[in-house]
Design a protein around this ligand. Structure first.
Ligand SMILES: [Zn+2]
Length: 316
């Protein structure tokens, strides 16, 4: 199979496609003696903004027992997407990542024990996120000790719930928006509460009137439901491969931890619980401990490499 690059002027997603040829023959020290193998490695974009989801696909030329990439010191396994025939990994570019070129290391061990090591570049682009001024009752901004203690307990419980998630993918289709409302506040906005700079916005605020059904973005397993100080009534869904989606400020929760959910299944109703200025849905996405812009997950999670994407064609 040949992955043929046809770069388009519009720089669509699958712009960067790196092809590895004959790596195993070279690593055996007998270049030219072994048949040439073609491994195809693709990165959804060679240049990504802070806050984006990156996707790496490897189409191996021989049976693989393990494949791991190293991103910012964190090993991320490539997992078989059975419906696509590739080994795939997702990871996030942190919102505060500085612009510049970075190197991703890939280590593959074949079933016969041979090892492939390869590195490839990823350029992080500069992005200036906007600033948003918000006004809230002072009691919700300057927390008393009891509220702070509660928040810390909630964070510990959250950390425990998300600590050991299975890595197999639990979804197959494209991810979908959890409500149909327009974006009220994008990911990454620098928040200023009552004149004081706070953490940047870790998700996407979507318009949703009180009581509007909220659905799961993709198939997965509910790992936590809670009523937290900041996020109010919340649902966390594990989709496998390090991807967790979260739904905050709900008026009602209609699923339980351990429950399997399907894409588009109702998980609760929109509300304004927790620290919220009015009814809406806060939709968050975490990829391997990194909060990312949910819209960038929509763009890459359910799309096959070279399928329905301009810029790349695959042929025998
Ligand atoms: Zn929000």
């Amino acid at each position: 199979m040949i992955l043929k690059k046809k770069f388009s002027a519009s720089r669509c997603f699958w712009l960067s496609c790196l092809t590895l040829i004959g790596i195993f023959a070279l690593s055996a020290g007998k270049a030219g003696a072994a048949p040439v193998e073609e491994w195809t490695l693709s990165l959804n974009e060679s240049q990504l903004f802070p806050g984006a989801v990156a996707r790496v696909d490897l189409v191996p030329a021989r049976a693989v027992s393990s494949a791991v990439l190293l991103w910012k010191g964190v090993p991320i396994p490539l997992v078989s997407l059975s419906w696509q025939g590739s080994l795939t990994a997702f990871f996030g570019i942190p919102r505060n990542e500085l612009p510049g070129s970075q190197t991703i290391e890939l280590a593959v061990t074949a079933l016969d024990g041979k090892v492939l090591n390869h590195s490839f570049p990823l350029v992080v682009l500069a992005k200036d996120y906007p600033v948003q001024q918000l006004t809230l009752p002072e009691s919700k901004v300057s927390l008393d000790q009891a509220s702070l203690d509660r928040h810390h307990r909630e964070q510990e419980a959250l950390k425990a719930a998300l600590a050991d998630l299975r890595r197999a993918p639990l979804w197959q289709e494209q991810f979908v928006m959890p409500v149909s409302g327009k974006v009220l506040s994008p990911f990454g906005v620098q928040r200023v509460l009552n004149g004081k700079p706070r953490n940047s916005h870790s998700g996407l605020d979507l318009r949703a009137p009180l009581g509007q059904p909220v659905v799961a973005s993709a198939a997965g397993e509910v790992v936590l439901t809670a009523d937290h100080f900041f996020s109010g009534k919340s649902v966390y869904i594990n989709h496998g491969m390090g991807i967790v989606t979260m739904y905050f400020h709900l008026a009602e929760i209609s699923v339980s931890p351990g429950e399997k959910v399907a894409t588009g299944q109702m998980i609760g109703k929109a509300g304004s619980t927790g620290r919220s200025t009015g009814p809406h849905l806060h939709w968050g996405v975490r990829v391997h401990d990194c909060m990312v812009d949910p819209l960038t997950l929509l763009a890459v999670a359910g799309t096959a490499p070279g399928e329905g994407v301009s810029g790349v064609s695959i042929r025998d």
